[in-house]
Design a protein around this ligand. Structure first.
Ligand code: GLU
Length: 297
């Protein structure tokens, strides 16, 4: 147990072995794509004799489904996965549920703000979508910094409150080496612009929570779906600004259905529940998961 983390919530856990994680959002049942990611992340760490973490990414409360976390834990165990740290067993970097890490994200935000790297924004999504000239990035219009330097009185008077954005201008160029895809190079000014770290309703943004957690939990390898490749430069920007250790990233191919469409949790036909209902053994399920067609990113 790290004693320093009690005094400084932004002190990363010291690790002497590789650390991996699986970080599902409890918004429904796990599907074949999620399970492939979980298996590959787990196998990689087990091969290296490292530490595997289960982290529940439940900051998006309206999308969190009651009971989904317990179900995921039961399904992952049935499949044969185990973890050394997680919400059900605790560990040195607890809590392992994002909904319980408010104080930690607040401390991170405070540090970013003290470094002059955040600012409040009162632009609504509708307003931003209405700017016809705004270039589009992977997650919508690129934010051109409309609220940078806005009068604090104007912000304070805004009835709907303000979100907080991370200022990318100082270090917009992000490079990293993806273990599967090789060298990656992004310009955040073109990709997202200043991105949201806390929404106006107070909800933490995934980019902030995930980066802070990976850094503080001492995660050394992040193996996840290729759909999150676009998030990595934003998460690295946060990690670098907070001077937290950076994991190595590996973004996987996406599992597709027969029609070549990406799987999503809403599609019940490929859920773990459906697999279990067939009476298949865990070993057969693992084989099925690993033999799914994938689309190269
Ligand atoms: N919670 C995210 C999801 O379920 C994954 C985040 C990550 O692996 O970084 O899609």
């Amino acid at each position: 147990m790290s004693t320093s983390s009690a005094t400084n919530p932004l002190q990363p856990i010291r690790r002497d072995r590789p650390v991996g994680r699986y970080a599902p959002s409890p918004t429904g049942e796990l599907h074949l794509g999620n399970l492939r990611t979980a298996l590959l992340a787990w196998q990689s760490i087990r091969r290296q004799g490292g530490i595997f973490i289960l982290r529940i990414e439940d900051i998006d409360r309206p999308r969190t489904v009651p009971g989904a976390e317990a179900r995921m834990i039961e399904d992952l165990r049935w499949l044969g996965l185990d973890w050394d740290e997680g919400p059900d067993i605790g560990g040195p970097a607890a809590p392992y549920r994002q909904s319980e890490r408010d104080d930690i994200y607040s401390a991170a935000l405070k540090r970013l703000t003290a470094a002059g790297l955040t600012y409040p924004c009162i632009c609504s999504r509708k307003e931003l979508r209405g700017i016809a000239s705004a270039p589009h990035g992977p997650d919508g219009p690129v934010y051109a910094g409309r609220c940078r330097g806005r009068d604090p009185r104007e912000l304070a008077a805004h009835p709907a409150g303000a979100s907080l954005r991370f200022l990318v201008e100082r270090e917009p160029l992000i490079q990293f080496v993806d273990r599967r895809l090789g060298h990656q190079h992004y310009d955040l000014m073109q990709m997202s612009g200043d991105f949201i770290v806390r929404r106006r309703d107070g909800q933490w943004a995934y980019q902030l929570a995930c980066a802070v957690d990976d850094g503080l939990m001492g995660v050394s390898e992040v193996i996840r779906g290729g759909d999150l490749l676009d998030s990595t430069p934003r998460q690295l920007a946060v990690l670098r600004a907070l001077e937290l250790p950076e994991p190595v990233y590996e973004h996987l191919e996406l599992v597709v259905d027969e029609a070549g469409q990406r799987m999503c949790k809403r599609d019940g036909s490929v859920s773990i529940g459906a697999i279990r209902q067939t009476g298949m053994t865990p070993a057969a399920a693992r084989e099925l998961i690993m033999s799914q067609p994938v689309k190269h990113h």
